[in-house]
Design a protein around this ligand. Structure first.
Ligand code: WQD
Length: 349
């Protein structure tokens, strides 16, 4: 029996399949490589010494999806595939609804057809919108404020309806806070195709000289130093949270939602200082105006995941900075983008 990981070649996906392989699971990867590279999966194979089957398809390809489910005995699905740039989702909402909603619906219909009713779904803290208070608990009001966040919230609602219609499903909804860092090997990491939207990959590209200066989006928020506060979580801690959620899904039925965060908030300036201190590199930066749509403060109350999944984040902000730096300095522009996207993807790595 195998675990199907959609988006398995991506940043979260590649780190998650490493931990799944290390835990002994058989893995099948489905990825359209629109925002990832086969090279990442080759490196996962190098790191773990384990093989995995790979299907280079888009969830909207009905025949391709049929092939995945008819050719394999799938025990559970970890659904990570999706577009995730907030700004892009505002510019191109239909692309986001098509990809994140229609693609997800096609996946769930295939799961239902083949009676695969164990699912870990990648959601996001963005579904909380602007929280009234912090730390944020899972039962806080939900209000997405951009098309990307709305696709996540809509899928959560679809899953609640699905579970109501058939209690044989076992579903865990994981709301990620801010994943950063990289596998300690330095062989895989966050590898945005274009100029990074997110803070830490932008910082590391400034550190290696690919970008000149970090713009700090606003220093007039009601926070400790005026800059935005977020709950940064090491991507390996996040990956381990998926393994714990999967174990829960395999053991029973039900639908549960969990915050995957550390429960601590750091400001932009604190991240810059932590990076400079741990990596010994000055990060040139200047204060600019707020980024539209940004909120002041967001960090998790992770108590529910700690109690029910026996999971908590353990890696420090210093480890997050060092691991990010090791990845970036080992993988300057283009390194991880070996070969063209349409290269013949080996069926098994
Ligand atoms: C963090 C802080 C910025 C870049 C987004 C998505 C969320 C999730 C993670 C998918 C904020 C500041 C950033 C820069 C800056 N993605 N910043 N200069 O916005 O909290 O979350 O990514 O699941 O859904 O909304 O993360 O890293 O973009 O920003 O000052 O060049 O860094 O203002 O305070 P964010 P981020």
């Amino acid at each position: 029996m195998s675990i199907l990981v959609t988006g398995g070649a991506g940043y979260i996906g590649s780190h998650t399949i490493i931990e799944l392989l290390n835990a002994g699971y058989e893995i099948i990867v489905l990825d359209n490589f629109s925002n990832s590279y086969p090279e990442s999966l080759k490196r996962v194979h190098e790191i773990t010494g384990r093989d995995m089957k790979v299907y280079a398809i888009n969830l909207l390809e009905k025949d391709g999806l049929e092939e995945v489910f008819s050719e394999n005995k799938i025990q559970a699905v970890i659904h990570l595939a999706g577009m995730k740039a907030v700004g892009e989702s505002v510019e191109k909402p239909l692309k986001y609804y098509q990809n994140n909603l229609s693609g997800t619906l096609a996946l769930f219909q295939a799961m239902q057809k083949y009676s695969v009713k164990k699912l870990v779904f990648s959601s996001s803290a963005t579904v909380y919108g602007t929280p009234k208070t912090v730390p944020i608990k899972e039962d806080f009001p939900l209000k997405a404020t951009n098309p990307y966040g709305r696709t996540k919230l809509m899928v959560e609602e679809i899953l609640h309806d699905l579970y109501q219609s058939d209690n044989d499903w076992s579903i865990s909804i994981l709301r990620y806070f801010n994943p950063i860092g990289a596998h300690p090997s330095g062989m895989i990491g966050e590898d945005p195709a274009d100029i990074p939207n997110n803070l830490v990959p932008y910082i590391t590209k400034v550190a290696v000289g690919e970008l000149d200066e970090l713009k700090v989006f606003g220093a007039d928020y009601p926070t400790k130093d005026g800059t935005g506060v977020r709950d940064y979580i090491h991507v390996v801690d996040l990956a381990l949270g998926h393994v714990k959620a999967l174990e829960w899904n395999l053991s029973t039925t039900g639908l549960h939602t969990y915050n995957l965060g550390t429960g601590k908030g750091y400001s932009v300036m604190e991240i810059i200082q932590a990076f400079e201190k741990t990596c010994g590199i000055k990060i040139p930066h200047s204060i600019s105006k707020r980024r539209p749509g940004d909120i002041a403060i967001s960090f998790a109350d992770p108590a529910k995941a700690e109690k029910e999944l026996n999971w908590s984040a353990s890696r420090s902000i210093e480890e997050m900075c060092v691991d990010s730096w090791r990845w970036q300095s080992n993988n300057r522009v283009g390194d991880n983008k070996k070969g063209k996207k349409d290269e013949e993807i080996e069926a098994t790595f």
